[in-house]
Ligand binder design. Sequence first.
Ligand SMILES: NC(=O)c1ccc[n+]([C@@H]2O[C@H](COP(=O)([O-])OP(=O)(O)OC[C@H]3O[C@@H](n4cnc5c(N)ncnc54)[C@H](O)[C@@H]3O)[C@@H](O)[C@H]2O)c1
Ligand SMILES: O=c1ccn([C@@H]2O[C@H](COP(=O)(O)OP(=O)(O)O[C@H]3OC[C@@H](O)[C@H](O)[C@H]3O)[C@@H](O)[C@H]2O)c(=O)[nH]1
Length: 387
Amino acid sequence: MATGRVDLDGNTIKPITICMIGAGGFIGSHLCEKLMADTPHKVLAVDVYNDKIKHLLEPSSLPWADRIQFHRLNIKNDSRLEGLIRMADLTINLAAICTPADYNTRPLDTIYSNFIDALPVVKYCSENGKRLIHFSTCEVYGKTIGAFLPKDSPLRQDPNYYVLKEDSSPCIFGSIEKQRWSYACAKQLIERLIYAEGAENGLEFTIVRPFNWIGPRMDFIPGIDGPSEGVPRVLACFSNNLLRREPLKLVDGGQSQRTFVYIKDAIEAVLLMIENPARANGHIFNVGNPNNEVTVRQLAEMMTQVYSKVSGESSIETPTIDVSSKEFYGEGYDDSDKRIPDMTIINRQLGWNPKTSLWDLLESTLTYQHRTYAEAIKKATSKPVAS
Ligand SMILES: NC(=O)c1ccc[n+]([C@@H]2O[C@H](COP(=O)([O-])OP(=O)(O)OC[C@H]3O[C@@H](n4cnc5c(N)ncnc54)[C@H](O)[C@@H]3O)[C@@H](O)[C@H]2O)c1
Ligand SMILES: O=c1ccn([C@@H]2O[C@H](COP(=O)(O)OP(=O)(O)O[C@H]3OC[C@@H](O)[C@H](O)[C@H]3O)[C@@H](O)[C@H]2O)c(=O)[nH]1
């Protein structure tokens, strides 16, 4: 671990204690890894699961063993939460239901998780004068303005109609029966509440809007380390199809566009926020890679090519199939058409830029998926079916 580290203004960084809620998830596991390897900070890691951070917790001889403690608790109903927030200098809240397959099928759980369960965290930070970094989402932007223009309108090519800006873009969601937007709407309301706590009660806050962060340990592979009928986010869905040599399913033709950023690049941005409070407080930050834009169809094609390279297996004859959103996600699904983050605020405040190309990040991620899951999938698929 480096000593004598300085912040962006040349001041020595003092070790702090961080209460990280949702530390056992995808982003939390990478953030814990980074904080243990490269900083002197302490982490009170709160989650209901710890499988993704087990390698940081055991054995107790690890060099950072006295800097990370796991607290297994559900923030919905555990009175220990306030005590942990009071013990820390900073709280980072990552806890959420955040897989689209849940938004329209479990809208109540989605709204409770993303709004109601986050309320006490905001309240305890505000009442105890503690700093909060809250994880929101790029989905708060919803659809682009351009999505409502005629298909052949030249204005669709104008960035003013699609680039998403923290301080000026509107939040455009579908109608109430499109329950997909339950998540985005809950996230938007908690953002507004945090902002209001800052304005009226002086809460020191930073809001992060991740734009499709991807990498190792994201979600689960159905039937291996998660339920066989479960539907994770697209990286894990496509990885699962590639591992099982099944066609990748393109929802509604795979025409939606996304920008993907490598988790390790994005974690650098979060570390800058943690260690530069004077530059990060009071801001909402887009964190994404505007240079890595693809349609979902292009993502499927690239993942197929990269997976062939890293596994040494040829791709199957029909690598993709089309499926309707109703069939794949059920009633009430809707989609964001395009997501390009404006980078002005994060550049200005923190000087952060992503580095990794989509090809490179897929190569390292699919190498991980192949090494971690290929054998387990072979075993699972060769088991005789019980008669
Ligand atoms: N990964 C992305 O690209 C992305 C994009 C936009 C927003 N986000 C936001 O970032 C945050 C983290 O996302 P992630 O990708 O790491 O998801 P994740 O599902 O891997 O992690 C969330 C973690 O929170 C925990 N959790 C949920 N409810 C809890 C509760 N009641 N008590 C204790 N722990 C609880 C879960 O067990 C899980 O480990 C979420 O708020 C999500 O909405 C992520
Ligand atoms: O097998 C699949 C899975 C997904 N998809 C499509 O791929 C796109 C991306 O899907 P993801 O599951 O990664 O989720 P989305 O990008 O729509 O939303 C995500 O965005 C930001 C976060 O807040 C959440 O992690 C999640 O809501 C969607 O258009 C989806 O319809 C497929 O075509 N096939």
